[in-house]
Design a protein. Structure first.
Length: 715
């Protein structure tokens, strides 16, 4: 406690405040430790305090001064129970004063003193405006409406309701598992056009209304009241909310947890119903709406609402189940304690750990939550940038300011101005400088720069045997491999229609030639017209004869013949352009790989080495050489196996049912591998790694960030 704090304590020590009559105190147990919850029934506010604070709280009846309360609270304390200080009393009193639960005259100057210790009231009013992701607007009191629906709530949160909920989820999981491939393709292939966005904008608020209704019914079922409902402007999108703070007064932690999880329970039930409908109905509007409902009520719920790393429902459920109140703030205080105690050597630093088992939770939560929150903020900012450039840029700047710059500024001000650091500023400066040096050194550290890609063992046009015309296979073609030479017939097709058409054209040609002889002496003009018609029929007959000649499918190269479909049955219909077989030549293999457009610029570097790994030979890498780079981008994949639907890494255009069109442009490179191709490697998947040398970590991170924003702007 500083000298200024001591002066302030002397000024307020003789005050005799007392709690207002509407304040109720509820006892709760967390990890064998007793906590006290103050509930202001008029404002609906809650304040949670531990046993030490309750020693002060229980004596705020107007009979004792603050000095007397401090003395009485420290009576009987031993070394294990640390004595309260006048600073602790001031902090407790300031919190109560801020909540407006104190009765009795407090001088204006004393109020100024209390405001010095706690500025939460003004902070809360500004916080809604300072956070562009969540603006809260209160609209109505839903308590009467929830009273009408209480019978429904009692059924939902009964054993029968739980059984129905569980059976529905099991049925949905079984149906979804049986159609997992189709479901994943439908989810990955969603294109959010104007029509689909309208559907999402209509469905999302309706689902969230049912979500909040679940919270309200749970509170009413367990005896609480709900007196506030409204909307949150979440990422500039109106989302309903209800004030569920009444659940804090429930002594049973499982009831509190169930209230927090009620919205998640409702949404998972909606997701299950939607998945069942999607599985049973035919493609159309109903199936699309069911799919949107499933995504909103399951995937988004699990990523956001049910995730305890964000301050939504899952966080409060976790708090109640593990019996650690204020998990987020105490986790931050724990890391601050570690820095002050072990780095800055501040022996007076107090650990927020009050019970066995809390330390591990503080370490894990305090480490994971900030990074996940930052990841979510930047993900939202990137999405908004692609849709609304200005809003996304502002949000990204706000995220950097609030999550990075502001904490650093507070840390610097703590080192420079905090009385706690009065004799430790040099040590703090040295540690901060060392930390900054390590960060800069890490960003400047050279690190291997590589590009990971996928490709296929490529067969050129001479190695592909393609049907030049349509027809039926005449003799059956056996699957055994055999050696062939250039021009060998490998498949014979039969097309009676072509032969009939040939006979018709030949007959027509004979007729025209006879007519030409008859009219030659009569009229030069008619003779010329017949000649033109003869030439047209001859040209058409020549084209037809060429097609008939293609009924004998021949090889363009010498090598080993390998059928595309293992066996071509007699009578099987073959369309023009169908790939029938390959001719494997005794030469080095060519790999055709697809490179994302944001990585193609790295190929311009002087020293680019490559190695490949065949899918059927995992772990065995072979050196390769780049022999060709297509200068223009493309979206047509060399093979459908490179798409996401077939296990590749290329996102596909949902409008292409064949799965050979990528959603974004890519570039093609050809590599040569010195090994002779085996017949079982034809068009097989190959993993390609391009090594671009070394580059500082910071430069790689900056490039990745730039490419991420550019890709969103161009999408």
């Amino acid at each position: 406690m500083t000298a200024d704090d001591e002066i302030l304590w002397q000024y307020v020590a003789e005050l005799r405040p007392q709690l207002r009559a509407q304040v109720q105190i509820v006892v709760q147990n967390y990890r064998a430790e007793r906590w006290y919850l103050l509930q202001d029934s008029s404002s609906g506010r809650f304040i949670r305090m531990n046993s030490s604070a309750y020693q002060v709280l229980g004596r705020l009846n107007g009979e004792y001064s603050l000095r007397e309360i401090l003395a009485l609270s420290n009576q009987g304390r031993n070394e294990e129970n640390q004595a309260l200080t006048s600073y602790d009393v001031l902090r407790i009193l300031a919190q109560l004063h801020d909540a407006d639960v104190l009765k009795g005259a407090i001088p204006l100057s004393a109020q100024d003193i209390l405001s010095r210790y706690n500025k939460n009231l003004r902070f809360r009013r500004l916080r809604a405006l300072s956070n562009p992701l969540a603006l809260k607007i209160s609209l109505l009191d839903p308590d009467r409406f929830l009273n009408v629906l209480q019978p429904l709530g009692r059924f939902i949160f009964s054993s029968a309701g739980a059984v129905i909920w569980l059976i529905t989820l099991i049925c949905a999981v079984l149906l979804g598992s049986s159609q997992f491939q189709a479901l994943s393709s439908a989810v990955l292939g969603l294109s959010f056009g104007s029509a689909s966005m309208v559907s999402v904008w209509l469905l999302y608020p309706m689902i969230k209304i049912l979500h909040e209704l679940g919270h309200g019914l749970a509170i009413k079922t367990f005896g609480g009241e709900v007196h506030e409902a409204g909307i949150n402007m979440l990422v500039f999108f109106p989302v309903p909310y209800v004030d569920g703070s009444a659940a804090w007064a429930f002594r049973d932690k499982y009831k509190r947890a169930l209230v927090g999880a009620a919205g998640i329970v409702v949404e998972l039930y909606l997701a299950a119903i939607a998945l069942i409908i999607w599985s049973l109905v035919e493609p159309g509007v109903v199936q699309d709406m069911a799919l949107y409902t499933f995504i909103i009520a399951s995937i988004s719920t699990l990523l956001f609402n049910a995730n305890p790393l964000l301050r939504f429902d899952g966080y409060y459920v976790l708090e109640d189940l593990i019996e650690i109140p204020n998990l987020a703030s105490r986790s931050r205080r724990f890391y601050l304690y570690l820095v002050q105690r072990y780095l800055l050597n501040i022996n007076s630093a107090a650990s927020p750990v009050t019970a066995r088992g809390e330390r591990g939770w503080f370490i894990c939560y305090g480490l994971l939550a900030p990074f996940y929150r930052l990841f979510i903020l930047f993900t939202i900012a990137i999405y908004l940038t692609s849709e609304f450039l200005l809003i996304g840029a502002v949000l990204a700047g706000w995220a950097v300011m609030m999550q990075i710059i502001s904490p650093l500024y507070r840390a610097v001000m703590f080192l420079l101005t905090s009385p706690t650091m009065q004799h430790r500023r040099f040590r703090g400066g040295m540690i901060s400088g060392l930390f900054l040096l390590l960060v800069c050194g890490g960003l400047l550290l050279p690190m291997s720069l590589t590009t990971q890609a996928q490709g296929v063992v490529w067969m050129d046009d001479n190695s592909r045997i393609v049907a030049g015309t349509s027809g039926f296979i005449s003799p059956e073609v056996k699957p055994q491999e055999r050696q062939v030479e250039v021009g060998d017939v490998v498949v014979q097709l039969d097309n009676p229609d072509l032969l009939v058409e040939q006979q018709v054209l030949e007959s027509r040609l004979r007729e025209l030639r006879t007519r030409q002889v008859a009219v030659r002496q009569e009229s030069r003009i008619q003779g010329g017209m017949v000649v033109d018609e003869i030439r047209a029929v001859e040209a058409e007959l020549a084209r037809l004869n060429a097609r008939i000649g293609q009924l004998d499918v021949r090889t363009n190269a010498a090598g080993t013949l390998v059928l595309n479909n293992n066996l071509l049955f007699q009578g099987e219909f073959i369309s023009q352009g169908d790939l029938l077989a390959y001719v494997v030549q005794q030469r080095a293999q060519v790999i055709r790989a697809v490179i994302p457009q944001e990585r193609i610029g790295l190929l311009g570097r002087e020293a680019v080495t490559a190695d490949v790994m065949f899918a059927h030979q995992p772990g065995r890498r072979i050196h390769a050489e780049i022999i060709r780079q297509v200068p223009a981008g493309s979206r047509i994949l060399p093979s459908a196996s490179l798409g996401l639907n077939s296990g590749g890494n290329i996102r596909l255009d949902p409008a292409d049912p064949k799965g050979q069109t990528a959603a974004e442009d890519f570039f093609v490179i050809d590599l040569i591998v010195p090994e002779i191709m085996d017949t079982d490697q034809i068009m097989s998947r190959v993993y390609v790694r391009l090594d671009h040398g070394y580059e500082p970590v910071g430069q790689q991170l900056l490039r990745s960030l730039q490419q991420l924003f550019l890709r969103q702007l161009n999408s």
